[in-house]
Ligand binder design. Structure first.
Ligand SMILES: N[C@@H](CCC[C@H](N)C(=O)O)C(=O)O
Length: 285
């Protein structure tokens, strides 16, 4: 058994245990053990809830390769809040203030704003059903506009349905617009996360309009349950909000853990918000 250094890192309260593996054998061991050990690893760390584990590895052409495991040990292809925290960690270790990070989904630019917030790029949204992945036949109703998120009606339980928009930000998302902020438990969130329409499950974000260019959001993440915030979810919500005419090229997303800004102007999306690195921890592999 080997003990390695780890550190808590978070963006808007969406917190992960980071292992910045300089040695290849440590990275290999984390990869091997994380699918089964993540629930135990994050339960063994005090200081508040953790939503998963993130491995950082030295890689060619990018500052770090970033791999994400959700709280249940499943993989997430990309994590917007985790990427911002990774940027803060890289700055503290290497002194680098801008550069490239790689996730399973894309290469991401990162940099720091004058006000201290971290900006990371996310790839353009994907609406192709196979790539989300979305099994259109499992939806009660599905409608696709060209170059827009899928509008779905999904049966949940006891005759209930949910209307939402499906797309991929590198990982699968369902965005459910509501009239008002939901009170208490998110409606049918676990049923939607595991709905047959999403063969690889889905991250479910509930959104409501606050005013022009500003929404509220709560997210039930695939593999982690409801989290304080979801960065890729906020990007998915921004794509849907623009489709619905709720914003132009900029959206502010208020979540229980804090505020994110999404810039939709260019090819890629830009996710801007706070991120911090916290206490050092030890992880027994
Ligand atoms: N918290 C994240 C997303 C983490 C991965 C997600 N649960 C998945 O399985 O796709 C974010 O900030 O984007």
């Amino acid at each position: 058994m080997e003990t390695v250094d780890a550190v808590r890192g978070e963006g808007c309260g969406n917190a992960y245990l980071f292992v910045d593996a300089a040695a290849a054998h440590v990275a290999d061991r984390v990869r091997e053990l994380a699918p089964s050990s993540t629930p135990r690893w994050i339960a063994g760390v005090g200081g508040g809830r953790l939503d998963g584990v993130i491995l950082l590895e030295r890689a060619r052409d990018v500052v770090r390769q970033v791999t994400v495991w959700n709280a249940d040990g499943s993989r997430g292809e990309v994590c917007g809040n985790g990427l911002r925290a990774a940027a803060v960690l890289v700055r503290s270790v290497d002194g680098v203030r801008a550069g490239l990070l790689a996730s399973d989904a894309a290469i991401h630019r990162f940099g720091f704003e004058d006000d201290g917030r971290v900006a990371v790029s996310l790839p353009p949204p994907v609406f192709d059903a196979e790539r989300i992945p979305l099994d259109v036949g499992s939806a009660a109703r599905a409608r696709a506009d060209e170059d827009a998120p899928w509008e779905l009606l999904l049966a949940t339980a006891e005759g209930r349905t949910a209307r939402g928009y499906a797309l991929s930000m590198g990982n699968p998302h369902l965005v459910v617009p509501l009239e008002h902020a939901p009170v208490g438990v998110l409606p049918d969130a676990a049923l939607l996360e595991g709905h047959a329409a999403f063969p690889e499950r889905v991250n479910v974000s509930y959104v409501w309009r606050l005013d022009a260019g500003r929404i509220g959001q709560r997210t039930f993440e695939r593999g982690s349950g409801e989290t304080a915030a979801c960065g890729s979810g906020a990007c998915a919500s921004a794509v849907v909000a623009r489709h619905l005419g709720w914003c132009d090229d900029r959206l502010v997303v208020e979540q229980p853990g804090g505020t994110l800004e999404i810039r939709l102007g260019g090819d890629a999306l830009e996710l801007v918000g706070p991120a911090t690195i916290g206490a050092r921890e030890s992880l027994r592999l």
